[in-house]
Design a protein. Structure first.
Length: 299
């Protein structure tokens, strides 16, 4: 093959790769230079994305790797996503337990450019943000890291954190007061055990269909156990989540005559909610409202 032919082949290959990258890169992956010299932050999914937006405000560019409407646990990073992380000043993810795919990305990063905002202990429930103060702990880690990387705006990051702390305190009080007087405390959740910390904090009796990950089997035996529990108790509603097929909850509801209400893990959000900027606090307030309705709590 001549040198001209080799050069032409390379140019065609590069062009094909570029076109493929643009097609497959997630809609939220950053492209192009920073605007106004802002700190560029790339997050894994919606939990760190929402918290980083809350703390960073207008002083950072924050982008999300996992596209809206995509299940985050088994996401496979595209070449565009990997490049976005490498070009970022900071990559914020939740934890290896929630996002095992991040390990491949972290292996190619320089030290100090990645932050695990959630817990890394293997024996801890990874869904810590499902309680207000668990989310606050994540926000504090993000705020401290942003302040270290961008000293010019460190005071603003800390002020935004103080504002968030007040909102978290108000949210915690709302959960305490809103769930204090309910006819039932049994939360029958047709999904994985994402709400264990929430149930423990507010003294609820959580019954879930599977374990703490989405790899647990939704067995017929477990489904039958939940149906028997509902029929014996004062359960008037079952709860489902955005990451689990609604057919499972409908099956339980059809067998027992109870209602189906959503609980949001904030791990996966719809494209509409993403575009509207729905926040962690918005989802948690909706969770409280649905719990109050399903457990028949007094206002």
């Amino acid at each position: 093959m001549s040198k001209k032919a080799v050069a032409l082949f390379i140019l065609l290959a590069l062009a094909a790769f570029g076109a493929w990258w643009l097609r497959t890169a997630p809609e939220s992956a950053p492209r192009g230079p920073r605007t106004g010299g802002k700190l560029r932050v790339v997050t894994s999914g919606y939990v760190p994305y929402s918290l980083a937006k809350q703390i960073g405000g207008e002083d950072i560019e924050v982008q999300m790797l996992v596209p809206s409407g995509t299940e985050p646990h088994h996401f496979e990073p595209t070449p565009g996503a990997i490049i976005a992380v490498k070009e970022a000043d900071l990559f914020v993810y939740t934890s290896p337990a929630i996002e095992p795919w991040t390990q491949d990305i972290l292996a190619g990063l320089d030290g100090g450019r990645a932050l695990a905002a959630g817990p890394v202990e293997e024996d801890q429930d990874p869904h810590v943000w499902m309680t207000p103060y668990g989310a606050l702990a994540m926000a504090r880690r993000i705020a401290n890291t942003l302040a270290d990387l961008d000293t010019q705006h460190a005071a603003k990051y800390r002020q935004n954190l103080k504002t968030f702390e007040k909102e978290i305190a108000a949210l915690h009080r709302a959960f305490q007061d809103g769930l204090a007087d309910c006819k039932s405390r049994a939360v029958v959740h047709v999904g994985h055990l994402a709400f264990g910390e929430l149930a423990h904090t507010y003294e609820l009796d959580l019954r879930s269909l599977s374990g703490t990950s989405h790899q647990g089997e939704h067995s017929v035996k477990r489904l039958a156990e939940l149906v028997r529990f509902i029929r014996k108790g004062q359960v008037r509603a079952v709860f489902t989540e955005e990451l689990v097929s609604p057919e499972l909850a409908r099956t339980v509801a059809g067998e027992t005559g109870v209602r189906v209400l959503p609980l949001y893990t904030v791990e996966e959000v719809s494209k509409r909610d993403f575009e509207q900027g729905k926040t962690y606090l918005d989802y948690m307030r909706q969770n409280l409202k649905n719990l109050q309705e399903g457990l028949q709590c007094k206002a």
